[in-house]
Each structure stands twice: as C-alpha cells, then as structure tokens.
Design a protein around this ligand. Structure first.
Ligand code: C2E
Ligand code: MG
Ligand code: MG
Length: 562
C-alpha cells in the first residue's frame, strides 16, 4: 500500500472531522471516504446498543456511513467498546469481495482508523450530552429556560418576536396533587398536561419549557393563545390508564402578547414582562390570567419606590398612629380604640391601603407592625403616667407574622419594655386560609390569651369565615366587617339584616364580644341596638383621629351625643 497516499488520506480525515463538532453520517462519509478507499474497505458500520441487555437481544441502532457496494457479507474485523454510561458500540469493518486479504500493516491501519472514529464519536456524544444537559430539563425531558432564552434571542434579533406571545404559568395546587396521587404520578400528570400544549405547536419557533418545579413558559404564535388558555383554564389528565383515573389540572398565568419594539427588544424584556404579569396572577390578583400592559410597569415602579423608601421612613418616624374610637351603643362612650397607620410621605398623608399591601409582599410589614405596637405602648404609658382614663387599644398584625416562631415573645417583649399592663392591648388578626397558617394562628392566639392579651378576628365575614376558626381558638372579640351591615343601596336589606342577626347571636352564644366595623348611619346603629351588638366603630361616631384629638375622647365624661 502506498504509505504517502495513506498518510494524506488520514491527515485529511482528521482535519475534516475536527472541523465538524457533531456530524451526520453523510458528513462522516465525506470526511473519510478517501481513507476507506486507500484501506480497501468494503463497508463500515457502527452499531450502538443502549446497554448490554440490548446487545444480547440484538437491539441496536445501526449506522452505515461507508459502503463501496462490493462488500463481503461477513465482517473482516470489528471492535467492541463499552462506554461508561453503559452504552455498547461495535465497529464492524467489511473487506471487499474477491480482493486479497488485508496485510498485517493494513490491519494495523484499519485499527488506527477505528480508533479515530471512536475518538470522534466519543467527542460528538459528549457534545450532544452537554447540549442536552444545557438546554433540556432531564426530569420531564423537555426544554428548559436556557433554550427559551436562546430562541427568544434569535427571534428578537430577526424581529420575528412580535408575532409571538409568551405565557408563563404555574400549575395550581400541584403539591396537593403530588400528595394525593404520589410524586411519580404527579410527574406523569405534569408531562401529559404539557403535552396537550405541545400538541398545539406546529411552528418550528414555538416551544414550551420548564422554568423549574411546576412553573412553565411557552412561546407561541399569537393565534394559539386562546387554545393554550383553554387548556390552562382546566383539563382532565388521566394518570392511571388501567382504571381511567383522571385529575383536573389548571394553572395561573401571565400573558405577554409581544409588541413590535424593533430591534430594541431583548429576550430579558420578554421574560421580565411575562413574569411581571405572572406574579400578579399568582400573588395579588383575583384573576387566574393577567395580561401584561405598560401600566403594570408603572405600578411596579411605584411599588419599588415604596419598598425602597420604607426603611428610611421608619427611621425618620414618618409613620403615624391614628386612633379610631370604639363606641358603646347603650352609653355612647368610648370603650376602646383601634390604632391605624398613616404615612406622612413627601408632604402627603398616605392611607394604609396604598402601602400595606406592598409591604406585605415582603417582611417590611412586620417591622411596621412592631413599630406601631411600640408607639401605641409609649402612648399608653404616657396616658397612664399623666393619670388619664384609659381604654384598651387594638393593634393590627399582618398575617405575614404567622410564620415567625418568636412572634409571641416579640409582642410581649415590646409591651413589657414599655411597662404597659397587658389588659390594655388587643391584637387584631384576619382569618387564615391555609392549614399551616391555621396551626400557627392557633398557637399564637392561645399564647396571647395566656399572657392576658386580648385578641380579635378582624374583618370577619370577608374571607373564608369559618366556624372552626372561631370555635378552636380562644378569641375575645369578633369584628364584623362593614360588608355585613346593610346599607341604603342594598338590594336585599332584609336578607342582610337576617344574616347580621344570625352572626351576632352566634357570637354571643360562643361568649365572644362583637363589634361592628364601618358603622356610618343611624339605621345601622339602630340595627346594632336591636340585635344587642353593643359596640360600634365607624365614621358615624368618629374617623380615625390624630393622637391629640383622640386624647380628648379619653375623658370619662366624653359622651357622643348623636
Ligand atoms: P381594618 O383593620 O379593618 O381597619 C378598619 C378600616 O376601616 C380603617 O381603614 C378605617 O379607617 C376604616 N373605617 C372605619 N370606619 C369606617 C366607616 O364608617 N366607613 C368606612 N368606609 N370605613 C371605615 P384604614 O385606616 O384605611 O385601614 C385599612 C386597613 O389597613 C385596615 O383595615 C388594616 O387591615 C390595615 N392597617 C391599617 N393600619 C395597619 C397596621 O398598623 N398594620 C397592619 N398590618 N395593617 C394595618
Ligand atoms: Mg383592624
Ligand atoms: Mg377591619
């Protein structure tokens, strides 16, 4: 054999293969055809077995990339390579029919050729693996966020992105699904649910990816939005074929119908906007689906400004306590008061509705509540020291505190540090929704009662008012939300009267004090009197008052004369 021809062909094969990161059989053929010719090969075949069991059963994926058309039926030489991941690869080389046998030198060179192929194959398998690990979610065997960003990047660059809609969604209550049908079935259900969406996708640039856990993102042509939303709004998924057991899966979603912004659009903008809508759907909005619009960006900026200025404002004591009296119906005198927060910010008095929901998204609300409690305690101490008549003051605590293991100690520490007798403090908490919160709430309410601190259920009648909540915890007071009071515009005043009456008598039977919030009219006061609900808080008697004005109401002889 001509050594120089062999070396040239070998060199060419090495160079060409080197330039191909991952090649198809045709490309390998082109890179090695000269070498195969020089080596007098009839056919080159590579059989890949997934594992040894597959090898025993002869189940292979076989690729033949070189065939001279004159190959012998039987293999001339072969090499078996077992890869660390369990795969078995067999290289089969056939001689040419009717030709003289390979010399020893040729055989050596053929083995060098096999070694070259094997090294190349190893490299491309490794690259494929790296690619898979980078762009796929291995648990669900679907794309991951990196692939989404990569695709969005390309579409942004070509300007095609404005033909697409991004939908980010979270499967509702999936932890409960996992609990009910087991994790393995849960994963199966997740896969099947996503397949319903994937089945709608037919454009090569559409995809669904897993962001993590039960969070997904899909990029679809605009006309697919409605069918995708139909699936997300609720679809039955079979998880046990044999018994045809189905589970109903739905999702909360943020939708961004991508606008044409020219080349300025970046994949991170797409992600940011769809996520903004998604978080609103998931955390704050009552709707399951929220569409992105520019107002959301402005709102986020406002929220960020509030959060950013909070700490400084707390330091500068910009938060003020206003007191709203609680008045007895029979004697028209002040029996208590609720401390309500106001924020004097940039020369404007902000009501709590503007900042509390924002602070409640993080833990800042807890700092504010402790600040309020501390300020109230300081006021009480001052009133006591100056010999004023006193009433119990209630302070609102956000539900965000419930996960704080040391909450009880913290409350008592603040009250005791200010030397305030416990009977002057009442803690208002709203109803809870989850079992975890229920347990925490029970522990805290029990602890407060033992320490002689009163507690009240705030806004009763708005949330998931449950009898369990009041039956299982030693509350002192039920604060009936203003929506339970009939007002002039009501369509069914009689029904509302009945409901009000029922709740008040239930509370009385359970030995709970009752107060009506948001009392504004004479008729409402009469209704309270008729039903022996002896406490009212509302504009009919007083607005929340600045501290000095409230102090005038603390006089024992102060009587509301309306
Ligand atoms: P809330 O605890 O239910 O407080 C009662 C709200 O009803 C107060 O609103 C009060 O001004 C309002 N109100 C009182 N009487 C009437 C009336 O006759 N008619 C009407 N329409 N409204 C009346 P405000 O002060 O705006 O507070 C709103 C909510 O903000 C409070 O509801 C409470 O949930 C929260 N909040 C206020 N201060 C704090 C605080 O220091 N910490 C926490 N965590 N939440 C607070
Ligand atoms: Mg309250
Ligand atoms: Mg309330």
């Amino acid at each position: 054999m001509n050594t120089s021809k062999y070396l040239t062909a070998l060199e060419n094969a090495i160079c060409k293969l080197h330039q191909l990161p991952v090649a198809n059989p045709q490309q390998v053929f082109e890179a090695t055809v000269d070498l195969c010719y020089v080596l007098r090969l009839g056919k080159v075949e590579i059989a890949v077995y997934e594992n040894e069991a597959a090898e025993h059963s002869g189940l292979s994926e076989t690729v033949c990339f070189y065939d001279s058309g004159k190959a012998c039926k039987t293999v001339g030489t072969s090499k078996r390579i077992a890869v660390v991941d369990g795969t078995v690869i067999i290289y089969n080389i056939y001689p040419i029919e009717g030709e003289t046998e390979w010399t020893e030198e040729e055989q050596n060179r053929i083995h060098t050729f096999i070694a070259l192929l094997s090294t190349y194959n190893g490299k491309s398998r490794l690259l494929k693996l790296v690619h898979h690990l980078t762009y796929y979610d291995s648990e669900l065997d679907m794309y991951n966020l990196k692939q989404f960003m990569r695709l969005a990047h390309t579409l942004c660059q070509t300007g095609q992105i404005s033909q697409f809609t991004a939908v980010r969604f979270n499967l509702k209550r999936f932890s409960v699904v996992n609990q009910n049908i087991g994790r393995e079935n849960g994963t199966l259900v997740m896969k099947k649910f996503i397949r319903f969406i994937d089945d709608l996708l037919d454009d090569e640039n559409e995809l669904t990816c897993r962001v993590g856990g039960d969070n997904f993102l899909t990029l679809i042509k605009n006309d697919k939005l409605q069918p995708v939303l139909d699936i997300l709004s609720g679809t039955g998924v079979v998880y046990d074929e044999s018994r045809n057991e189905r589970i109903f899966i739905s999702a909360t979603a943020g939708v961004y119908v991508i606008k044409n912004m020219g080349c300025a659009m970046l994949p991170t903008d797409v992600m940011d906007r769809v996520s903004l809508a998604f978080h609103l759907a998931k955390n704050t909005s009552k709707a399951d689906i929220v569409y992105f619009n520019d107002d959301l960006l402005a709102r986020r900026k406002h929220n960020n400004d509030i959060s950013a200025s909070f700490s400084k404002a707390l330091e500068k004591r910009e938060f003020l306590v206003y007191y709203q009296p609680k008045v007895t119906i029979d004697g028209r005198h002040v029996a208590g008061a609720e401390a309500l927060c106001r924020w004097m910010h940039n020369g404007r008095m902000m009501p709590p509705g503007e900042f509390i929901p924002i602070l409640e998204q993080g833990l800042d609300i807890c700092k504010l509540d402790f600040y309020m409690l501390d300020t109230v305690c300081k006021d009480i101490r001052r009133w006591l020291d100056s010999g004023m008549d006193l009433v119990r003051i209630s302070v609102n605590l956000s539900r965000r505190h419930l996960s704080d293991i040391d909450l009880l100690d913290h409350i008592i520490e603040i009250i005791d540090r200010n030397h305030v007798p416990h009977e002057y403090i009442e803690i208002e908490l709203t109803e809870t929704t989850t079992d975890v919160e229920f347990k925490d709430l029970k522990r805290i309410i029990g602890g407060l009662q033992q320490s002689g601190i009163s507690t009240s259920v705030d806004d009763f009648g708005t949330g998931y008012s449950s009898l369990n909540l009041i039956k299982e915890m030693p509350w002192d007071m039920l604060k009936l939300d203003k929506s339970l009071l009939p007002d002039k515009g009501d369509e069914s005043p009689v029904q509302n009267d009945v409901m009000f009456k029922y709740i008040v008598s239930m509370a009385q039977e359970m030995n709970l004090e009752c107060i009506a919030e948001g009392v504004e009219t004479k008729e409402q006061v009469q209704l309270l009197a008729d039903n022996k609900c002896n406490l009212a808080q509302g504009f009919y008697f007083d607005q929340p008052l600045p501290v000095q004005e409230f102090e005038t109401r603390l006089d024992k002889n102060y009587i509301y004369n309306r």
